[in-house]
Design a protein around this ligand. Structure first.
Ligand code: ARG
Length: 589
């Protein structure tokens, strides 16, 4: 039977306790099923139902209806499970509301304020303990434009790094720069004519790009330019120090600039590497090996790897002049990374436009018999249309960041009164703007294409980044607005009865309880969208509770405190989800 034993850890996800109570009951009524078996079949229910078990999945002999009836007739409520109903072969369970609310809020409290690490840990798990993952993402090309594909890789990769970390993995986040290839021969040629040290120091990314554009134009008019460029690059590949000197400086200055921009995006890399760092020796060895395996054909001196057998076409792996290309470097880089880091998994966050490239390159490593080839994973994503600024097309990352900030700033200024109340409107609007860009990017399944739309993503209405920041700020403000309730008594001294009585409160708390599962699901699917959906569901549940589950104006101080405890827990969990999405939750706006 295809049952997957879901790892159970009630110390991190208290809903596991409830699932296991349900599993016990079913297994007692139907002894042919083990508790473990049932446990992995306890799913979240549809609206109004806490958990549902679809009995047909167990393929028991006899009539499913009879099995369901058997469970129902033997059922007795206890302090975990309150009731069961059945709809044909589906068993629907309701949990005991007071146990549920108490258990979830206690756990959030402990894992937020009483952790050994001192950091909030609610939602985290230890499934990755002892394992190392390399996550390679962003990886722009020096001297070329930073396109939306790079932006998506940066956003999704940043999320994945956070995700693996909170699941206990040791994460090495890696930026594999396009810092090698014939284009550097071109820039070197162009630099002699157009280079300017001052401009280079001021903004290397921009200056190198400008030179690249100019020299490409020259090359169109004069084919000699490309010949010169190829010669330059050949000298670089041969390790000619004189030819490498400028390139080294360009690279260093570009990285410095990028790091500043990533910092604004709340993204950090442990390792900056690049195509240039792949050693010639390892690439030569790889090509020899492929040759021995009979996978290489020769075309006019160029070496081509044949993967037709695997329906993966063919690819050049060494040029006529002996220089390497993209594919060769990826193969070499992977081998070197394994040698150096002994990863348990390596993830490449790269646009689906490069699906074929990644499949070829993974296949080649598999054919070379590297046992770790099976531990490589390509996380792809769809295209984005229409990213431009009011001034025109986007070429650089700082233009995207700048536009997000300034559009948001204009938007905020429309409400004079509110705007004047914001302490630091510049940095606040920049942060909200970045949140808008990221949320738009992560809201749907990765593989979907979408159209970049500044107005939509930066609106405070609808499921947008600004709305999410607003929901968080509103939760934070409860403490500020009700100082008479603070500090809250310790959890054991808070009377939760008022929460038990409120369906709104129960909905919110149940959602909060599901957060550790949201994280686990994301780890399986590598989809940020599930976390985004969770954050909005929570924000909506909270916004529909404001009117009825009131704190301010509640005269019964015990009731007010219980509610405040719930809102503060919601704030903590929403904050965790936002940080997982690489956002910086704002305290005020
Ligand atoms: N620099 C490449 C580009 O801009 C992306 C690199 C993706 N990573 C890789 N290992 N091939 O297209």
């Amino acid at each position: 039977m295809a049952t997957e034993i879901r790892d159970m850890d009630p110390s991190r996800c208290v809903l596991d306790t409830f699932r296991s109570a349900i599993a016990q009951k079913i297994s007692t009524a139907l002894p042919e099923l083990s508790v473990d078996q049932v446990y992995s079949g306890v799913d979240y229910g549809k609206k109004g139902v806490d958990f549902t078990v679809a009995l047909p999945r167990f393929r028991l002999p006899g009539k499913v209806d009879d099995h369901a009836k058997k469970v129902i007739s033997q059922f007795t409520a206890d302090d975990h499970v309150a009731a069961v109903t059945h709809d044909k072969a589906f068993l629907h369970f309701q949990l005991n509301t007071s146990t549920l609310i108490r258990a979830i809020l206690d756990q959030i409290h402990d894992l937020t304020h009483n952790t050994a690490s001192g950091n909030p840990e609610y939602g985290t798990n230890t499934t990755g303990q002892g394992k190392t993952v390399i996550i390679e993402y962003s990886s722009p090309n020096i001297a070329k434009n930073f396109h939306v594909g790079h932006l998506r890789s940066t956003i999704i990769g940043g999320f994945l790094s956070n995700l693996y970390k909170i699941c206990g993995w040791k994460v090495l986040s890696m930026n594999y720069l396009g810092d090698w290839g014939t284009q550097f021969g071109l820039i070197a040629t162009g630099f002699e004519k157009y280079g300017n040290e001052e401009e280079l120091q001021r903004d290397a990314i921009k200056h190198l790009f400008d030179i690249y554009v100019k020299v490409n134009k020259d090359a169109e008019e004069n084919p000699e330019v490309r010949v010169d460029a190829a010669k330059w690059f050949k000298r670089m590949e041969d390790g000619d120090e004189e030819a490498l000197k400028n390139w080294r400086q360009w690279r260093a200055l570009s990285i410095k600039k990028y790091a500043e921009e990533y910092d604004r995006l709340n993204i950090k890399f442990d390792i900056y590497t690049g195509e240039s760092e792949v050693s010639k020796a390892v690439m030569d060895k790889a090509v020899d090996r492929l040759n021995d395996l009979g996978l290489i054909t020769d075309s006019d001196g160029a070496k081509i790897v044949q993967l037709e057998k695997y329906k993966l076409g063919s690819g050049v792996i060494k040029k006529k002049d002996g220089t390497s290309i993209y594919l060769t470097r990826d193969i070499g880089a992977a081998i070197e990374r394994y040698e150096k880091y002994k990863f348990d998994k390596m993830i490449y966050v790269v646009s689906s436009q490069q699906d074929l490239h990644l499949r070829q390159f993974f296949k080649i490593l598999e054919l070379m018999d590297y046992p770790w080839a099976k531990d490589m994973l390509h996380i792809n994503y769809g295209l984005v249309q229409g990213m431009s600024t009011r001034k025109g097309t986007v070429v650089f990352l700082n233009q995207i960041i700048g536009e997000a900030a300034s559009v948001m700033h204009d938007q905020m200024r429309k409400n004079e009164e509110k705007y004047n109340a914001v302490e630091d409107p510049e940095s606040t609007s920049s942060e909200i703007g970045i949140t808008g860009v990221k949320i738009q990017d992560m809201a749907a399944k990765r593989i979907n294409n979408y159209t970049f739309n500044w107005d939509r993503m930066l609106s405070f209405e609808g499921d947008t980044g600004p709305y999410l920041q607003y929901a968080y700020v509103r939760l934070v403000s409860i403490g500020r607005k009700n100082p008479h309730l603070l500090p809250l008594p310790k959890p054991a001294d808070i009377d939760i009865e008022t929460l038990v009585q409120s369906q709104h409160a129960r909905d919110i708390v149940f959602l909060l309880g599901s957060y550790p599962d949201v994280v686990k699901t994301a780890l399986k699917t590598h989809e940020p969208s599930g976390v985004v959906t969770f954050a909005f569901r929570l924000a909506h549940a909270i916004s529909s509770a404001w009117e009825t589950v009131v704190v301010k104006g509640e005269e019964d101080i015990e009731k007010a405190r219980a509610r405040m405890w719930m809102y503060e827990s919601a704030r903590d969990v929403l904050g965790q989800a936002m940080r997982l999405l690489s956002l910086r939750p704002l305290e005020r706006m």
